[in-house]
Design a binder for this molecule. Sequence first.
Ligand SMILES: CC(C)(COP(=O)(O)OP(=O)(O)OC[C@H]1O[C@@H](n2cnc3c(N)ncnc32)[C@H](O)[C@@H]1OP(=O)(O)O)[C@@H](O)C(=O)NCCC(=O)NCCS
Length: 223
Amino acid sequence: MATSSDAGYTVTLLPHSHPDPNTWASLVSHHKNLRLRSLQISPESFSSTFEREVAFTDSDWENRLKNPLAYTFIAAKVPTSLKENGERGDELDDAVHGEWVGMTVLVGPLDELPNNLTPNSKADGAPQRKEVPVESEIFAVFVSPEARGLGLGKRLSEASIAQGKVLGREKGAKEVVVRLSVARGNGKAKSLYEKLGFRIAEDEVRVEDEEFDALRMEMRLGL
Ligand SMILES: CC(C)(COP(=O)(O)OP(=O)(O)OC[C@H]1O[C@@H](n2cnc3c(N)ncnc32)[C@H](O)[C@@H]1OP(=O)(O)O)[C@@H](O)C(=O)NCCC(=O)NCCS
């Protein structure tokens, strides 16, 4: 499992399932709560809305984590008791027992999404070409206000980018493209992405969401 621990916070890739029903239920519920919190606290940052997602059923939330094309990373504060008594197990334990303060989701490869129209698309029956970059997209980046400015947004984004590279390597690609949308007025997030190496994707053809005025950004990485 891809994880990193630093400054009392762990960044963990959530599994797509878990053999222990209590652990799985806890992951699904923590994820739901943090996502809904992000939509309440920062509605201007997202194209979705609290009103839309608060209506999701438990199985909708479960299916979000089960989606094999979605890689959900969370940042959690490592519980002090676990740090002090040296009983730390794996990072998922820290996540389950810790306070969740940040998240992001990488979706990819985009050509495997239903109804996708990217150049990698196999819809025409053409064989996958290794010369075509493997594309993925970052969604739902959020850090709770009390944990901002500690580098967690950067760590979560870097974890997603690293996952995008894993997907590219799995497909034998020579290049990956990681995409995202950022609200035009969200200077803080835009500056975070620029420092990581994202650039405005000026030539991307995309139907704009009229409710959400966003810039499209992309990062291209050779493998
Ligand atoms: C954008 C967001 C994820 C940043 O998270 P964060 O954990 O505070 O970010 P980090 O601590 O990793 O900071 C990384 C970079 O973000 C920018 N940044 C962070 N805090 C900032 C601040 N108060 N003012 C300006 N820029 C800031 C800086 O570029 C910083 O780089 P630096 O470390 O070289 O200064 C967080 O503010 C957030 O959740 N905002 C609301 C939701 C949102 O906008 N999501 C993005 C959707 S595209």
